[in-house]
Every structure is written in structure tokens, then in C-alpha cells.
Design a binder for this molecule. Structure first.
Ligand code: CP
Ligand code: NVA
Length: 306
């Protein structure tokens, strides 16, 4: 049996460095099989429920297609269906889905709701994004870095912008794999202290600065995300003003390493956190990164369910 069988993936911090490496190794294998069009269906007859309280493209499609390619089936439950926390508690949702389903993916607002559901569910629970964590994104990010540079350990990554869910999971992922992360953020928008503390327990915590130029110096990866996340729409205007000096443009990219690549979890806003010439330019790997959600999550599903 897999050493990860039956476990949850809520923050990535539940895994050891060896276990994260195992997931990435498995992702490389599964990607190779898929590229060679060799069928690999170890999850025949198994099912995944996907509970969505927020919209999605990548997460929805990559989990559903991934489950199908592994021989299983996924059902997508929209915010109108389960209405978690309103029509039914997260705990009852977890208990009921346990009776039908082999694993549960949840995308919601409050991370505590995910924890409540996971505590009640007797099957593996995977975080498909909460306000504070996005571990599946971090797995795809690390896979993309590994493909590009042949390793993750020791690579220098700069994250520019909001200290949000994506930044938090990247910080945990970098601590677990030995990548060196710098985060440049406006005052009052740094990553949560809890996440900094957690990353320092797992490995090297991110270096924090308010200066994007300092963060990108020698960086091989320049990463950004939206300035207003899902649920922060009312703050979008104010954030546009506050984050303007944190836009990733050609000038900032020119201050990074010569071979630096650009990453973004998507969806992106051209002209806000990144200029069109950077995200659509030769250094951008954002669509490889989006594709890697599929391969990384197939590896995760396989390891949690076998
Ligand atoms: N990056 C990501 O999670 O995309 P979606 O919100 O479209 O799933
Ligand atoms: N930080 C963004 C990521 C979207 C994939 C959000 O939470 O909306």
C-alpha cells in the first residue's frame, strides 16, 4: 500500500519532505504515461466528490479529467447544491459523502469549514483552495520548477504581491522541498504569521520584504497572483492602488536571473498584477503550470486512494 493511503491533504504540511518528493516522482511517471497514451487506471470504480463553494476552471477540470483518466469517476457539486454551512453543516456533509464516495475535494472560503468536514469524513479529503491554503496549486508549481530546472531544492523563487492562499501554500511547499522563497508584499498584506511559523518548523521560511526588486534579485522563478482573491471583490479598487508598485513587468523580470521563468496560478488580470508582454512572453510557463495541476493531482489521488 501507498504510505499516503487514507490521508488528507489540507495544507501540504501534513506530508514529510520525502512524501512530497514521492508525490512529485509519481506525478512525473503519471505524466509520462499520459504523454505516451499508455492507459493507467488504478482507480477503476473509485469516486471523488468535488464540493465547490467558489468558481473554478483548472481545479474542476483537472480533478474531473484526472479521476476519469485513472479509471474512476468524479462528480462536481456546485455552490447551489450542497450549500455547505447553510443547508447542511460541513461535518454532516463529510459524514454523508463518506457513505457514498472514496475521496472528497473541497473548495470553500473558511479553512475551518474544510477542517470540520475532514474531521468528520472517514475518507481522504483534499483541499481544492480555501481562503488560506491552495496545496494542489503548490504541488503543480513545484512540479513545474522541477521540470524546468531539473530540481526544486536550492532554486530561488520570488513571489510578488498578496500574501494569500497561493503564497501560503508555496511557502509550505518551498520549506518542504528546500527551495529558497522571497515574498515581496505591500505593507499589511504579508503572509499570515501562522504560516511563516509553520514553514520555519518544516524547513526554511520565506524571506519577507516590501521591495520587489530585492525579492527578484537572482530569482529563477518570478511568481505572482491576483491582487484581490475570490471573496475580496469589494476591496478590488483599493487593492489596485496599493499593489500598483508590485506589478510584474519586463523591467522587473530583467532584474531576475537570466534564465528566470514567470509563473502565475491563473486566472490572471493582464495590466494589473502582470503585464501582457510578460505573461504572454517567452519566459512564461503558466500553461505548463496549469497542465501540471492534472498530473500532480492524479499522483496525489493515486497515492491517497491506493
Ligand atoms: N489556479 C486555480 O486554482 O484555478 P481555478 O480557480 O480556475 O480552479
Ligand atoms: N488567490 C486566488 C487564487 C485563485 C486560483 C483566489 O483565492 O481567488
Amino acid at each position: 500500500p501507498s504510505p499516503l493511503a487514507g490521508r488528507d491533504c489540507l495544507t501540504l504540511a501534513e506530508f514529510s519532505p520525502q512524501e512530497v518528493r514521492l508525490i512529485l516522482d509519481e506525478a512525473v511517471k503519471i505524466k509520462g504515461l499520459q504523454k505516451a497514451r499508455i492507459p493507467y487506471r488504478p482507480l477503476r470504480g473509485r469516486t471523488l466528490a468535488m464540493v465547490f463553494q467558489k468558481p473554478s476552471n483548472r481545479t474542476r477540470v483537472s480533478f474531473e479529467v484526472g479521476m476519469y483518466q485513472l479509471g474512476g469517476h468524479a462528480l462536481s457539486l456546485s455552490p447551489q447544491e450542497i450549500q455547505m454551512g447553510k443547508r447542511e453543516s460541513p461535518s454532516d456533509t463529510g459524514k454523508v459523502l463518506t457513505r457514498y464516495i472514496d475521496a472528497i475535494m473541497v473548495r470553500t472560503f473558511d479553512h475551518a469549514e474544510l477542517e470540520e468536514l475532514a474531521a468528520a469524513a472517514e475518507v481522504p479529503v483534499i483541499n481544492g483552495l480555501t481562503d488560506t491554503h491552495h496545496p494542489c496549486q503548490a504541488l503543480a508549481d513545484l512540479l513545474t520548477v522541477r521540470e524546468q530546472f531539473g530540481r526544486v531544492e536550492g532554486t530561488k523563487i520570488a513571489y510578488i504581491g498578496d500574501g494569500n492562499n497561493v503564497a501560503h501554500s508555496l511557502a509550505i511547499g518551498c520549506a518542504l522541498t528546500g527551495a529558497k522563497l522571497s515574498i515581496a508584499h505591500p505593507e499589511g498584506h504579508g503572509p499570515d504569521e501562522d504560516v511563516i511559523r509553520l514553514s520555519s518548523e518544516l524547513g526554511e521560511p520565506p524571506k519577507l520584504t516590501q521591495d520587489p526588486e530585492e525579492a527578484v534579485a537572482e530569482a529563477q522563478v518570478v511568481y505572482t497572483d491576483v491582487w484581490a482573491s475570490m471573496g475580496q471583490e469589494a476591496e478590488a479598487e483599493e487593492r489596485r492602488r496599493k499593489f500598483a508598485p508590485y506589478q510584474v513587468d519586463e523591467r522587473l523580470m530583467s532584474l531576475a536571473a537570466d534564465d528566470a521563468i514567470f509563473l502565475h496560478c491563473l486566472p490572471a488580470h493582464r495590466g494589473e498584477e502582470v503585464t501582457a508582454d510578460v505573461i504572454d512572453g517567452p519566459r512564461s510557463r503558466v500553461f505548463d503550470q496549469a497542465e501540471n495541476r492534472l498530473h500532480a493531482q492524479k499522483a496525489l489521488l493515486y497515492l491517497l486512494l491506493s
